[in-house]
Every structure is written in structure tokens, then in C-alpha cells.
Design a protein around this ligand. Sequence first.
Ligand code: ZN
Length: 217
Amino acid sequence: MRIVLVGPPGAGKGTQAAYLAKNLAIPHISTGDLFRANISQGTPLGQKAQEYMRAGQLVPDEVTIGMAKDRMHQPDAENGFLLDGFPRNLAQAEALDEILKADGLKLDAVLDLEVPEDEVVKRIAGRRICRKDSSHVFHAIYNQPAAEGVCDTCGGELYQREDDSEETVRKRLEVYHSETEPIIDYYKAQGLVVTISALGKVAEVTQRAMDALPARD
Ligand SMILES: [Zn+2]
């Protein structure tokens, strides 16, 4: 099964991608992992990406597309994959179609995780991270520490990352609307989009997605 996962920041895409890939026995291909792997292995694409990142510039689409293409051609992706973070704009979506077409393949589904915008802001802007260990994560509403501003696990100070401020979240949502949402329409025209609500517990959302995806052959 070849799936693209889309959804706004705060939809829990990474978490769902990991569970779904495991359930479907296909590799989870995330843009973040692609960049990390190519850069740490020093591939030509990784070196190129690093040049742009060091200069504080956006990595051009063709670099990202090249990395995704290499990854999709690895043996473990022969029977399918779940893409997370790619494609993130229309140019990348069209390139993905070309890559698959050249191999005589096509996507089976585009899974769209839907979350109301106010919920996204609440989820992200409420995050509180421990200064001593960033894996100690709390939430001002959903997962409150026993004492305000103090990590339950180690007593470290809790803070809000700059990236998680309401203003930044609203900006990230704007980028999502203008750049990524057009790919949903593009895939709708191909009849590929399956929309599910990303509200509720992680396991419930995973089950909802498994039920909504087309039957496997
Ligand atoms: Zn802590």
C-alpha cells in the first residue's frame, strides 16, 4: 500500500504515521528522517541540503524530491510506504506522481488528518517542555504537572518553546493552508483522499484510519 499522510501541524501526524506503518508493515518515510539520514551519510543530496540550511535558506524541491525518490527505491519500500511530510506542495506532489508513473505504480490513498484550527493552537501552544530533558513533555491543559512550571519526572523547569507560541503556530497554519492544502484538492481530483478526524486518543485515531483506508490486496 502506498500512502501519503497529510494534516496540519499539531494533528499528531508523526505519531500516527509510526503506528500506521507498523500496522500495515510498510516503512514510514518522513522528511525529517530523510534529511537526517542523507546529511549524516554525507550523500550528494545531503551535502546540498546542508549548504542551503547553513545559509538559512529553504532546501529546493528538487533536493527533497531526490531524497524521497532514492528512499522509495530501497528494497523495503518495494511493497509500499507511508510518506509523512512529503509531498508538502503541489510541485512535489506532481514530481511524486512522475516517479511512481515511471515505475508503473500509483498511490493507493491520501490520508488527511483533520483537526479544527483552534484545537491545533490549543494542542501546540499548551506544550511545556522540561529544560533538563526535552523528552519530559507536559501540557497546560491535557497533561498538567503536579506543580505548575515544574517537571514531575525530574523537578526541572518547564517552559514553552518559541516554536510553540500561539503566534508561531498561527503562522505555521497559514503556510499549511497556502502550500500544502492545494495538494489535497489535487489528490481529491484523483479520488484518493480519505479524510478522518484526528481528535481523540492516539489508538482511536489509528483504528479510525485503518478502517477508512482502502482494503489491502
Ligand atoms: Zn524533567
